[in-house]
Design a protein around this ligand. Structure first.
Ligand SMILES: NC(=O)c1ccc[n+]([C@@H]2O[C@H](COP(=O)([O-])OP(=O)(O)OC[C@H]3O[C@@H](n4cnc5c(N)ncnc54)[C@H](OP(=O)(O)O)[C@@H]3O)[C@@H](O)[C@H]2O)c1
Length: 348
């Protein structure tokens, strides 16, 4: 232990008050009790940080639990929303390769028919079907999807709520320049449709348990990004919805057991910059392709964490964003987003 101070504070004239209090504070700090308490607290903090790091790293090496959802003798089905392009299309490919039958959802019948034909040739042993419903509409498009699910010749065990995006053109604009109908469309596609679809399909997923709901969130939601404010806010909604649903499953005795033999699991992916139909911006070291993103997401199934990252790069960059002082973060983000706004205006 460092020695205690024994200064005669009266000798310090105008500073005597400060010296007296400084000395008292220092002597309290070096006392045995306080040092022991600080050592215990410090050790606990270091252990909890280490434990959380080990748990996060373990998610990258432990085998995924995806196959527990491929359990139906009549065929296990996965529904992927927004399945005709980008990350949704990649989810479809990955799930077919892992033995699931897939129901594709989208808004463009011709495109879905063409994709279905291609997929049927590539995966002759799988069953593939599609359903058309415009997620941006307010008149309950989820009912069309739920009706199609009821007709499937097997059990729905996976729901991937992937559909999402920004509808305004140019893509990056201040909120007052976004047409009112585009704000409604984005709220509908990103928040209303996945919520209503979960409501409509939860009884089916309970019947076919073990089953899982996988929601697509966004790293942008962790900070809130200028010029796409509505979009990033709806993605924060998706994160919170997932956390609340997970707790609701627990409260209702519907959470999965340890071996995932029953229950309805709920997970959300915090997706980072990914090349897709919607996003062609390539940020060095941080950008994934859609296939790697979908693979990374499915590898985290059963990790035990409700909010997961598809790759360690997104996890590290998101962690960095969380610890950066707000002023610095805003400055860096504003600079980058102004550039993107200028580019998107040029493209229009
Ligand atoms: N890409 C990224 O950097 C990134 C980052 C964070 C989060 N995410 C999230 O990841 C998910 C997929 O994004 P993505 O980049 O792969 O998007 P994408 O390439 O634009 O693909 C979107 C898919 O959704 C379909 N879709 C769009 N609007 C629809 C509507 N109103 N009704 C029905 N289907 C509709 C599209 O159909 P069409 O083929 O007809 O266009 C397409 O299949 C989204 O939830 C997004 O928010 C992406």
């Amino acid at each position: 232990m460092p020695p205690k101070l024994d200064l005669d504070w009266k000798e310090y004239g105008p500073f005597s008050f400060a010296v007296s209090y400084g000395q008292k504070a220092y002597n309290t700090w070096v006392s045995d009790t306080v040092q022991l308490a600080a050592a215990v607290l410090g050790t606990a903090v270091v252990f909890s940080l280490l434990a959380s790091m080990v748990l996060s790293c373990a998610a990258y090496i432990r085998p995924a639990k995806l196959q527990v959802y491929c359990h139906s003798e009549t065929g296990s089905w996965a529904l992927v929303t927004g399945a005709s392009d980008g990350i949704g299309r990649a989810f479809v490919d990955e799930l077919l390769e892992r033995g699931f039958n897939v129901l594709l959802h989208g808004r463009n019948q011709e495109k879905l028919e063409r994709i279905m034909k291609e997929l049927a040739q590539q995966h002759p042993k799988r069953s593939i079907d599609f359903v058309v419903a415009d997620a941006s509409r307010p008149d309950h498009p989820e009912d069309i999807v739920a009706a199609k699910v009821k007709q499937l010749p097997g059990k729905l065990t996976i729901l991937v709520n992937n559909v999402g995006g920004i509808t305004s053109k140019p893509q990056y604009v201040t909120i007052d320049k976004v047409a009112a109908e585009h704000i409604d469309a984005q709220l509908n596609i990103n928040a209303r449709f996945p919520t209503q679809l979960i409501r409509a399909l939860l009884p089916t997923l309970q019947e076919s348990q073990p089953s899982i709901i996988l929601n697509c969130g966004s790293a942008g939601a962790l900070v809130g990004i200028p010029y796409i404010a509505t979009y990033t806010a709806t993605k924060a909604y998706v994160h919170t919805l997932t956390m609340a649903l997970k707790a609701e499953m627990l409260a209702e005795g519907l959470a999965p057991d340890k071996k995932f033999t029953k229950g309805v699991e709920v997970q959300c992916y915090i997706i980072g910059n990914t090349l897709s139909a919607q996003n062609t911006t390539d940020i060095p070291y941080l950008t994934q392709d859609a296939r790697a993103c979908a693979r990374g997401c499915l590898a985290k199934v059963g990790s035990g964490k409700t909010l997961e990252y598809p790759s360690w790069r997104v996890a590290v960059s998101s962690g960095f964003m969380k610890i950066l002082p707000e002023g610095l973060l805003m400055k860096a983000m504003v600079g980058q987003m102004r550039e993107r706004k200028a580019e998107s205006e040029k493209e229009e």
